[in-house]
Structures are given as structure tokens and as C-alpha cells.
Design a protein around this ligand. Structure first.
Ligand code: SER
Length: 887
């Protein structure tokens, strides 16, 4: 039996031996491609090579690409666990020609590999071609000798491959393997094609067009080849099993899951184990590529996958977070081919565990609500959309999780009803991943890149240097000249200006042309990967392509930025030391004013942790060692322990920055990181580091903001000033402030309580000999008072008290606060058949400009805007009582 990993290497070597460059898998989050949720095919990283926007380093390539098909155009999530071949994560092996060979050689290579190398018999294979592609049909006959009866023309989109709504596309030809007559199903193109007997193992796309919009399709500059072979399917064929989940890799993962839960993968439990094995793969690889579970965009797809797996874990009996324990098994299986898995292992485990903890709180409760709803649901009816939405909204059940739970019972959700409630949220989610594109068309920058080459960056060593102007872009287009008053983007052959990347903002400064012209640079960005684009305003003269100039970076701004950038490296190392190795960078901002560092960590930092982090960073600053940079290959750097960002695509050579000495072992460095940014020469140049805030950005992601150097000193100075001003105001020493503030606040509370008590007493006439007693109106005892400064919520208690003082009678109290009146009326029980508090309160409310009021016959409340009329309101009530008596 050929192990899966040998099939992977066999494929790559086959094409490697035939002049294809073996390219490592790109990250699952496509770089600079806002049109795509996840990398979902092997060709995605090469998109620009096909369209001609970017020139490939070599005309042929081969790869095994990590793919996720969940959410977006190609979505397989719902089927995972229940079919023999669906996965959310899979590897797609492929060979690619960028305008080099085309149809004939592609078919020849494919045939040699499947038939001669992999040894598949001809009579087990069937191929499809696009119905208009007679050429492909003829080539299959000529090259492979496949009989016409097994070359099937297909006219549908099945044989016209598209990456998404836009992007490269073309007719395709698919190779099918016949798993034998024991399995139900028919050849492609027949009514039984959906059966499992004939399985597509390889798709050869003859790339010829680029879809640019719903109705716009143009020809590619040169016909190209993109092929895709699912590694898991091919492994099933070569290992003589029919089901992808029976190949070695999945047997091992499912075995580990059986051990973990103590439940065999048999009967209805089988689907749960399969889901867990599959979802552990997509989850772990997505986290390793920088995705964090959240409620929008990519993060939400990840959350859906994770929670779906967790529901199955619950079904298998899990009562506490357990899935994270399977990470090690996955690393054992796939860590060799994908080294980022091992690097990210602590992060994967921590992310899984905290998401499991979070979801545990509502999962059990949600499941019992679902079960109750099902008990009451008449046979054959769908689960109401509102119930599914409630589970979604309150208990964190993604819709597909609910559907998945109903599936074994043969029941469905009213998705229409769910959608209606969901529409709004969806809109928000769509907007949230609008992507990383740039306003000026990418093709413009790749054009400049092709013509002018990469910008040589001089800024590691100097801030003032010379260069020649290679291109001017204005209004999204190439132009020849720009003159005083114009805004333009300038590209030089070399520059000391740093282009914004890796969190560090771009340099500002000025450009002095030899011809006397002058431009102000307000920002510098990077385009087409390695072009430094200066965003300028021309302030004097006129400039044209070829002009020589002196480029002068604003040195002070740069120095402050650099200190902040170096400090982020130190803080990253300190966080890992203090909090643990699961801490990884999730983003950063490094400017001249401050630094911001986002990192994965499940809970708020304790004051003591913040202190230790700050202390460590300052300790390393005081070591004042020179920082060291070396250039090497990315793998060598990571091997040597350099921290790299998850999901980042690095070039062939990377810079590795080492700073400081380990605080416990002086012969080891403190911080080693891959970084293309600019940094301090010695750690002492950072001068001082001060954290000013720590808080949450998203679930599991925290943010630290900090100052360095003079900004840190200013901040501390300001804090001291505030302290002194507060102490002066109280005429005490600053050291006494905390105790005094506590004492003052306690005293204030006590006084407020006393004051409110006194006001009540006063209003009810108690506590003093001068206080008037109840009056007699129309034969009943009446207490009618205005209580200045008493609020509505105190009146009720006061009315009760007045009623008990009276024994039999009526109490009308009006509290006046900030010009407004609150009215409360109480009538003792013995009088309620003659007087209603509700009627009386209306009379009073009307007098203070209010409407209505409500309550019971013995107690009612109301309010009005006109507190100045409070006394008049009391008179109105007196009048009403007399009237009533007279009537
Ligand atoms: N892009 C094609 C596919 O995904 C072939 O690689 O099937």
C-alpha cells in the first residue's frame, strides 16, 4: 500500500523532474485577493501569472495546495461526514503552465503519470471533455488510446472551470476512476452519475479566458494549463479503498478520535468521527494561517466549522473541551509536509480550547431547546426559522450546525424563515472582508514592476540618498510628467523611503530633483510586492521619467517609528515569556506616535502581568546591545527559532532580526523575528517603554498600546501632573490621594442618604413642631405637600408612610426635581369606594402639564414637565375633592 505522503511526494517529483518548479503551498487566506474567501484551488496563488498581470519566475510549476471549501462559491461543508469524498480541507496537487505548454502536452503528462507511474489500468479510466472541445477528445484517443465510448462530451459548466465570479477560466477535461460494479452509480453524463462508482480524480483545465464581470470575458495573453488532483481521492484509489476516509491518514486521525472518546466509529457514530477528523484539519490549518474565530467573514466560517465539530464531540459524550487534544495527532500526520502546523501548535490548541469553553456554556442548553422544539413539531413539518434563528442568536448555533443535528432524524429547517431574520447580519458579514485591494488597478503596478524592476531599498542604512525616477502614476494611470500643484505616485529605481508594510507605516520626507523641482512625500506604500511608491505633492517645478533626484526621509519621524517597531518585537518576546508560547502576533501598528500590538490570548491581562512585561522590555532596552540582522532562507530562519507571522507569504530571502540577551541565559538572544522593517541600531535607542492600555479586540485577541522614548516620558509626566493637580486641590500630599478619595466618596454616599431622608421627613411634616398636620377637606383628612428635590421613586414609599400616619385619608405628594414634577396619590382602603387615586392623580398631572398617569384605586403615579405649578396642582386636587363631596 502506498502511504498518502508518498503519493504527495511522488506527484511533485514527477513534475519536478520535468522542469516544473516545486512551489510550497500558499496560505489559505489569499494575499491581495478580495474576491475570494479562502484559497480553494491549486491555481489561486498563480492567478496573476495566468492573467499576465505578473510575470512568473519560471514558466512551469507544481504544488500541493492547501484548500478550504467552506463558505463562498465552492462550499462542501454540509456534506462532510456523510459522503465518501467531501472535505472542508483537502490538498490539491497540480501542474501549471504559464503560457508554456498547452493541451497536448498536458494530456500527455497526465496520462504518463496516472497510467505509467501510478499504474492505473486503462479500462478503469473514463474521461470527459467540454462538448465544444473536439481537439481534447482527439488527443485522448491519440495519446492514451482511450476508446471513443469512454470519452464523454459534457456541455454543462461541469466541464468549464471558473475560479469564482471573476478570474481565469477555461474548458476542462476530467479523468474518472471506476471503482467497480459493486458500487452503485453510472459514468459521467448519465442519470446515475451522482452515484459513487465513477469518481473524478483529476481535472485538467485549459485556461484560455479571464472572466472580468458578469458579461465580460476576455482572452488570456497566452493559453495556459492548470490541473487539480485531490490528494485524498487519489490516495483512496491507490490504496485500494473506495472511501477517502479509509485512507491511512484518516484512519489514524479517526483512530485517535475513537481513543479520545472511547466510542467506536461505527453505525451512526461514524459520521461524528469523520466530521471531527475533517474539521480538525481545516480548523488547525486556518488557525495556522492567521484566521481567528469571530462573528464575521472568514472568522465566522472558521467558527462554524469548529462548532460543528464540537456538536459532534458533544454527541460522542464530551462534557468538557477535548478537541484540542487531537492537535498533536494531526501534527504527527501532517507536520512533516506542513511545518507551520508544528509552529502553530500552541496557538491551535489554545484557540480550540477557548472556543470550546465558550461554546460549552450554551451548547447543552441549546441542544435541549432543540430537542423540545422537535418533540412538539408535527410529523413532516420543518423546524420553524425563528427557532433556528434563536438558537443561532442566543446559543451560538450556526445554521448548518442545526441542520446537521436534524439530518440523522430526516428533518429540515425552514431556511426561508431563518434567512429573513438573518439577512441583516449577512450583509454586515459580507462587508467585513472587503479585502486588501488597492484603488489603482493592480495591472498598472505590475506593469511598472515589469519595466522598472523591484525598487532597491536603501533605507536600512541611510535616510538620504539618490535615485532616478522610473514611473509616474496619476489618477490611476501612467503619465510622463507631473508639475507643481499635482498629486502623483512616484517610483524610483532606488530609495531610502520605507513603504508601509508589516505594520510599520511608510516614510514621509521630501524629494529634491536635480532640475530644481521639489516634491513633498506624505506617505510611502508598497505595490506589486516590491515597488516602493512615493505619494507626493509636487511643490515646485516639473518632473519627468528619468529625472535624477535626492531622496530625503524625515529622519526624526523615522527614528520615532523605528523605536516603536523594535519595541513591538521586544513586547512580543515578553508576552510569550510571561503568558506562554500560544501568544502570537495578530496585527500591529507602528507609527511615529505610538505602537499597537494585537495578539492571541484568551483573557484580560492582570496588572501584575502587565508590570512584568513592561519591566522585561525596559530591562532589555537597558542592556543596550547592538541589534543584528542576517539574511537567509525562510525555512532556515524558522528552523533557527525565528518568530514568523502565521499566514504570511515570505520571499526567497528573509531578514532575521535579533535583539537583546535572554534574561535568564545571557548566551541566548531575547528576541529573534523575521522582519523586513527598519529597526534601532541598539536597544538603548528605544530609551523607555510604557504600556498605556490593554483590552479586547475580538474573542481571544487582546491589544496593547504603548509609547516609547520621549512620548513615553511625556505620558508619564502628564500622569504625574494630573496626580499633583488632584492632590493640590485637596491640599494633601499625592501619596495620601487613594485613601482620601475613598474616604470622600464614602462620605458623599452617606450624606446623600441622609439628605434624602431629611427631605422625606420634611415633606411629610414629621420631625418638627412647626410641621403642619393634615388638613380637612370635604370631610376627609388630606396630606398635600410639595417635596423639593425628591424623585419619583422615593414618592411611593412616602405616600405609604403618609397613609399609615393618617389611618384614614388621602395623601398627595409632588416631588419637584430640575423643574419637573412627579406626582403620587394614595387613598386609604376604607375610602377607595368614594375616591380613586387614579382619578386624583390625573387631576394633579394635568395641572403640571402632564398627561395620563396610572396605578390602582389606592395608589397611583404620574408626572409632568411644569414643576412650578406644583402648588396649583395640590389646589386642583383639593377642588376635585370638594366637587366630589358636593355631588
Ligand atoms: N482549478 C481546477 C480545479 O480546481 C484544476 O486545478 O478543479
Amino acid at each position: 500500500m502506498t502511504p498518502l505522503k508518498d503519493i504527495r511526494s511522488g506527484f511533485l517529483d514527477f513534475f519536478g523532474d520535468r522542469d516544473h518548479r516545486i512551489v510550497p503551498s500558499a496560505p489559505l487566506v489569499p494575499a491581495d485577493d478580495p474576491t475570494l474567501l479562502f484559497t480553494n484551488a491549486g491555481m489561486v496563488p498563480f492567478k496573476n501569472y495566468f492573467t499576465g498581470a505578473e510575470k512568473p519566475p519560471h514558466p512551469r510549476a507544481t504544488s500541493t495546495q492547501k484548500c478550504v471549501r467552506a463558505g463562498g462559491k465552492h462550499n462542501d461543508l454540509d456534506n462532510v461526514g456523510y459522503t465518501a469524498r467531501h472535505h472542508t480541507f483537502f490538498e490539491m496537487m497540480g501542474n501549471f503552465s504559464f503560457g508554456d505548454y498547452f493541451k497536448e502536452e498536458a494530456i500527455e503528462l497526465a496520462w504518463t503519470l496516472v497510467h505509467k507511474e501510478f499504474g492505473l489500468e486503462k479500462d478503469k479510466l473514463t474521461v470527459t471533455v467540454f462538448s465544444e472541445d473536439d481537439e481534447a477528445a482527439a488527443l485522448w484517443k491519440k495519446i492514451a488510446g482511450i476508446p471513443e465510448s469512454r470519452i464523454i462530451p459534457i456541455s454543462t459548466s461541469d466541464n468549464f472551470w471558473m475560479m469564482g465570479d471573476t478570474g481565469p477560466c477555461g474548458p476542462c477535461s476530467e479523468i474518472f476512476y471506476d471503482h467497480g460494479p459493486d458500487i452503485p452509480g453510472g459514468p459521467p453524463g448519465t442519470p446515475e452519475e451522482d452515484g459513487d462508482r465513477f469518481i473524478e480524480i483529476w481535472n485538467l483545465v485549459f485556461m484560455q479566458y479571464e472572466q472580468q464581470g458578469p458579461d465580460k470575458r476576455i482572452e488570456l495573453p497566452k493559453p495556459s494549463i492548470d490541473t487539480g488532483m485531490g490528494l485524498e481521492r487519489m490516495a483512496a484509489v491507490l490504496q485500494g479503498v473506495h472511501d477517502n476516509y479509509d485512507v491511512d491518514l484518516f484512519r489514524h486521525l479517526i483512530g485517535a478520535s475513537e481513543d479520545l472518546f472511547g466510542v467506536k466509529a461505527e453505525g451512526e457514530r461514524q459520521a461524528s468521527h469523520r466530521v471531527i477528523a475533517d474539521h480538525m484539519r481545516s480548523t488547525s490549518f486556518l488557525i495556522a494561517d492567521g484566521v481567528t474565530p469571530s462573528n464575521e467573514g472568514r472568522g465566522y466560517v472558521l467558527r462554524r466549522i469548529m462548532r460543528r465539530a464540537m456538536r459532534h464531540a458533544h454527541h460522542l459524550g464530551a462534557k468538557e473541551p477535548v478537541l484540542w487534544k487531537l492537535t498533536q495527532n494531526l501534527v504527527d500526520e501532517m507536520g512533516e509536509a506542513f511545518s507551520q502546523l508544528e509552529r502553530a501548535q500552541p496557538l491551535i490548541e489554545e484557540t480550540l480550547r477557548s472556543e470550546e469553553e465558550r461554546f460549552q456554556r450554551t451548547l447543552g442548553r441549546g441542544m435541549s431547546i432543540l430537542e423540545d422544539a422537535l418533540d412538539e413539531l408535527p410529523e413532516g413539518e420543518k423546524l420553524p426559522g425563528e427557532t433556528a434563528f434563536k438558537l443561532y442568536d442566543t446559543y451560538g448555533f450556526p445554521l448548518d450546525l442545526t441542520q446537521d443535528a436534524l439530518r440523522p432524524l430526516g428533518r429540515e429547517v425552514d431556511t426561508q424563515g431563518f434567512e429573513t431574520a438573518m439577512e441583516k447580519q449577512k450583509e454586515t458579514a459580507r462587508q467585513s472582508w472587503s479585502g486588501s485591494g488597492d484603488a489603482a488597478p493592480e495591472a498598472v503596478w505590475y506593469g511598472v514592476r515589469e519595466e522598472a524592476g523591484a525598487t532597491e531599498f536603501l533605507g536600512y542604512g541611510s535616510c538620504d540618498d539618490t535615485g532616478a525616477l522610473k514611473a509616474i502614476v496619476a489618477g490611476g494611470e501612467r503619465v510622463k510628467n507631473a508639475a507643481a500643484g499635482d498629486e502623483a505616485s512616484l517610483v524610483f529605481d532606488r530609495t531610502p523611503f520605507y513603504g508601509e508594510s508589516g505594520g510599520q507605516i511608510g516614510d514621509a520626507g521630501e524629494i529634491l530633483f536635480d532640475n530644481g523641482a521639489r516634491a513633498e512625500v506624505y506617505d510611502t506604500i508598497k505595490r506589486a510586492e516590491d515597488l516602493h511608491v512615493h505619494l507626493v505633492r509636487i511643490v515646485e517645478g516639473e518632473v519627468g521619467e528619468g529625472d535624477a533626484a535626492r531622496l530625503v526621509v524625515d529622519q526624526d519621524r523615522r527614528n520615532r517609528t523605528v523605536a516603536n517597531h523594535s519595541a513591538t518585537h521586544l513586547v512580543h518576546a515578553a508576552l510569550r515569556d510571561v503568558l506562554g508560547p500560544h501568544v502570537t502576533q495578530k496585527g500591529s501598528y507602528v507609527g511615529p506616535d505610538r505602537l499597537r500590538f494585537d495578539f492571541s490570548h484568551p483573557r484580560a491581562l492582570a496588572d501584575e502581568e502587565i508590570d512584568r512585561i513592561e519591566a522585561q522590555v525596559n530591562q532589555v532596552i537597558r542592556q543596550n546591545d547592538a541589534s543584528e540582522t542576517a539574511e537567509m532562507e525562510p525555512d532556515a530562519a524558522i528552523e533557527a527559532g525565528a518568530l514568523a507571522l502565521f499566514g504570511e507569504k515570505y520571499g526567497d530571502r528573509v531578514r532575521v532580526l535579533t535583539m537583546g540577551r535572554n534574561l535568564d541565559a545571557a548566551d541566548a538572544p531575547y528576541s529573534v523575528e523575521l522582519c523586513g522593517g527598519t529597526h534601532v541600531a541598539r536597544t538603548g535607542d528605544i530609551q523607555l517603554f510604557k504600556i498605556v492600555s490593554e483590552g479586547a479586540v475580538a474573542a481571544g485577541v487582546r491589544r496593547i498600546e504603548a509609547f516609547t522614548g520621549e512620548a513615553a516620558r511625556q505620558y508619564m509626566l502628564e500622569q504625574a501632573r494630573l496626580l499633583r493637580r488632584s492632590a493640590d486641590a485637596l491640599k494633601i500630599a499625592p501619596a495620601d490621594l487613594p485613601d482620601r478619595v475613598t474616604a470622600l466618596s464614602d462620605e458623599k454616599k452617606k450624606l446623600e442618604r441622609q439628605l434624602s431622608e431629611a427631605k422625606k421627613q420634611l415633606a411629610l411634616g414629621g420631625g418638627g413642631s412647626a410641621a403642619p398636620g393634615p388638613e380637612d377637606v370635604a370631610g376627609v383628612k388630606l396630606i398635600a405637600r410639595v417635596a423639593e428635590g425628591v424623585g419619583g421613586k422615593d414618592l411611593r414609599g412616602m405616600v405609604d408612610e403618609a397613609k399609615s400616619q393618617l389611618g384614614s385619608g388621602i395623601a398627595v405628594l409632588i416631588g419637584v426635581n430640575e423643574g419637573k414634577a412627579a406626582v403620587a396619590v394614595g387613598v386609604t382602603k376604607d375610602l377607595t369606594d368614594r375616591f380613586s387615586a387614579v382619578d386624583l392623580v390625573k387631576v394633579a398631572a394635568e395641572a403640571v402639564g402632564g398627561k395620563g398617569g396610572g396605578g390602582r384605586p389606592d395608589m397611583a403615579q404620574a408626572g409632568g414637565p411644569d414643576g412650578a405649578k406644583a402648588e396649583a396642582a395640590l389646589d386642583a386636587v383639593r377642588g376635585a375633592l370638594k366637587e366630589k363631596e358636593a355631588a
